[in-house]
Design a protein around this ligand. Structure first.
Ligand SMILES: [Zn+2]
Length: 400
């Protein structure tokens, strides 16, 4: 929707790619508030949440992103309130909030942010005459920006190619970036929750692999890497938190797809790709751009794997665990509610894939990228094993 305020010359709207808001109201001079975009989930899913988690299991309605445009002749100081969802999504709304001014997203300082837990946040910022900014709870990237970055990586490095895995209901391509074929593949994916935008951290790992460091070059030689930076592009473009454009929940529909039930196009495209790759490892990043809590890992418990994989699983678990001094960690165990809906357990059951859900809690985009690189580097080296690590050759040095 669009709200034009003739008294201030300001216009607030969410009608752009990745825009996300429900009703927008004027509450005073240069003061506005926006409701969350209503997000309904399928009946089967709601029933499952009610049964297992008293309706509170999965956050939704935790994206917010509006554009504020000034046609005023002088500078305006704007106060913008984002009202939080009544659903569990409200617990994901901690600062910082972000402002996009050409050419980049920047976090709003704490002095401009008044956060009231479970209720709302008030943000204060200035707008120059004629200026237009986007204000959001995360540094969202449009599908075109993500596709452009994949193209750049491909053409600049000569190491990758882009593969279209399928199309969404709104006709957007679901794209993978992959390096050359090897015996074993590591897949690095973004969550299918657009409110945790992980496309750039996922692609940061691809950037790292082109860095020409000894380790990066050796890893590229040892594994095929496949990247899924935007597995729910309609949801991202539509400002959804967990659903796609049809109100389906692609990330929780893998069990249904495998059982032969109707499933979202995104789920099908990703699962078909996994079936073709049979990856040795899969890591999925959920990125929060917050630092109020520790990084979080959901490894699969050992009994998802056949005994001959146990040493490898333990080695990979240990390598990831060693990354942080503080953790939140809950293994995904057999018999947990909804354990069969997502891709992690199904990857282990069908392809013996070491599958990890990794939630990064670092504020800046750059810190999040760096951590994603550390995670994949640690996982890949653990998978390659100590003998492979020991095969590192001494550097060749010429005068220069
Ligand atoms: Zn998540």
């Amino acid at each position: 929707m669009t709200l034009h305020d003739p008294s201030s010359g300001l216009t607030i709207d969410a009608d752009f790619e990745c825009g996300s808001a429900g009703e927008i109201r004027r509450t005073g001079p240069c003061a506005y508030e926006a409701d969350p975009l209503p997000e309904t989930v399928p009946d089967w899913f709601l029933e499952a949440l009610q049964r297992h988690f008293a309706g509170a299991g999965v956050p939704r309605e935790y994206a917010c992103a509006v554009r504020v445009t000034s046609s005023a002749p002088e500078r305006r100081t704007v106060t913008l309130r984002f009202v939080f969802s009544k659903t569990k999504g409200k617990s994901y709304m901690r600062p910082p909030y972000w402002v996009y001014r050409e050419p980049r997203w920047r976090p709003l300082p704490a002095s401009a942010t008044a956060f009231v837990r479970d209720s709302h946040v008030d943000l204060t910022f200035d707008l120059a005459p004629g200026e237009s900014v986007r204000v959001a709870n995360k540094p969202y990237r449009t599908p075109a920006e993500v596709a452009g970055e994949m193209e750049d990586l491909t053409s600049a490095s000569g190491l990758f190619s882009v593969r279209e895995l399928g199309r969404t209901a709104q006709g957007r391509p679901i794209l993978a970036l992959e390096s050359g074929a090897r015996e074993e593949t590591i897949v690095i994916g973004a969550t299918m929750q657009p409110a945790e935008p992980a496309s750039r951290p996922v692609l940061a790992v691809a950037h790292y692999l082109t860095s020409r460091s000894d380790l990066a070059a050796r890893l590229l030689d040892r594994f095929r890497f496949a990247f899924l930076p935007l597995p729910n592009p309609d949801g991202a473009a539509g400002g959804r938190s967990v659903t796609n454009a049809l109100g389906e929940v692609p990330m929780f529909s893998f069990g249904r797809l495998i059982a032969g039930q109707p499933a979202p196009l995104e789920t099908k495209a990703i699962w078909n790709y996994m079936t073709a790759l049979r990856p040795a490892a899969y890591v999925e990043f959920h990125t929060h751009y917050q630092a109020h809590t520790a990084h979080k890992l959901n490894p699969l418990s050992l009994d998802w794997f056949p005994p001959e994989r146990h040493d490898l699983v333990k080695r990979a678990d240990a390598a990831l665990t060693a990354l942080n001094a503080e953790w939140r960690m809950t293994p995904i165990e057999r018999g947990m509610p909804l354990e069969d809906t997502g891709k992690f357990t199904n990857l282990a059951l069908h392809f013996q894939t070491l599958a990890y859900c990794y939630q990064i809690y670092a504020v800046t985009e750059e810190a999040t990228y760096a951590h994603a690189v550390e995670v994949v580097s640690a996982l890949a080296q653990a998978l390659a094993g100590p003998e492979w690590i020991a095969q590192k050759k001494p550097p060749r040095i010429v005068k220069g």
